[in-house]
Design a protein around this ligand. Structure first.
Ligand SMILES: COc1ccccc1CNc1ccc(C(N)=O)cn1
Length: 250
């Protein structure tokens, strides 16, 4: 996966570029991250990258000429590096809500150019002319698009084949089936009198799979019933959920 990042604070992206699963993906070349900083395209003495909003009002916007130069440079490089036109993405509270399905879409195929806004955002004409898609990580406002950009890149990068240790861990990710995850346990077998569920110690892999699926279904029913709306459960899933509800009601 190739990602070009347009940001005034490229060093923030060390958080994903140099640590953990994403850091390893970058060092192994499975994910390529390149950066363009609008400030590098500033020509005035103060190297300004923000500008005043027409119509007045509080705050500033990102300066048009330096931002456009950075976006165009990233676009060009994307085409050079991958032979494909990139999808230019802008993170903003006005964008399409990122979810696991969206992450899957972003992970496969086209190179991405991700634009992280600062100040009060960017000129609408840039959104119209240079941005292909607006995405949001949730209904809240942050001081910049860098953290949302890292969330989007991380969610997509971990789905790139070979990035996760053993591929099943992405497949087993309950959101993969659109369900919440089941509870997880590791040593010791008992913590303050709380024991690991016996089924997980039994070695019966079929029982364990069913227990985990039942827990995922039950938790989803309890915490996020909306995820079950309009979803047809298999006969097995229906049975397991009914069992969970019966036991829960007891
Ligand atoms: C006032 O900030 C802005 C105003 C407009 C656009 C971008 C920004 C940068 N901030 C962001 C960016 C994305 C998200 C999100 N929900 O994905 C939250 N905040």
């Amino acid at each position: 996966m190739w990602v070009g990042v347009v940001s005034l604070f490229p060093e923030m992206f060390e958080a994903i570029a140099r640590h953990g699963v994403t850091g390893r993906a970058v060092s192994q070349g499975r994910v390529a991250l390149e950066f363009w900083n609008p400030r590098d395209y500033a020509t005035d003495r103060h190297r300004s990258v923000d500008d005043r909003p027409y119509g007045g009002g509080p705050g500033m916007l990102m300066k048009v000429d330096t931002l456009r130069a950075a976006i165009h440079a990233a676009r060009e490089r994307a085409s050079e590096a991958t032979g494909q036109r990139p999808r230019v993405i802008y993170l903003s509270p006005q964008g399409r809500r990122l979810d696991q399905q969206g992450a899957r879409e972003l992970a496969c195929g086209s190179p991405l150019v991700v634009v992280a806004g600062r100040y009060e955002g960017i000129d609408e004409r840039i959104v119209e002319s240079d941005i292909d898609e607006e995405w949001s990580i949730g209904d809240y406002v942050l001081s910049g698009g860098e953290l949302p950009a890292m969330v989007l890149i991380d969610a997509a990068a971990r789905l790139v084949p070979g990035v996760l240790g053993h591929q099943d861990s992405a497949v087993e990710d309950s959101f993969n089936e659109g369900l919440l995850d089941c509870p997880h346990y590791t040593r010791p077998e008992e913590i303050d009198g709380r024991r690991v569920p016996d089924v997980l110690l039994s070695g019966h892999h079929g029982e364990i799979r069913r227990w985990r699926l039942k827990q995922s279904l039950g938790r989803t029913w309890l915490r996020r019933p909306d995820l079950l709306e309009g979803r047809t459960l298999s006969a097995e899933q229906q049975k397991l959920l009914e069992e969970f509800i019966e036991e829960y009601a007891l």
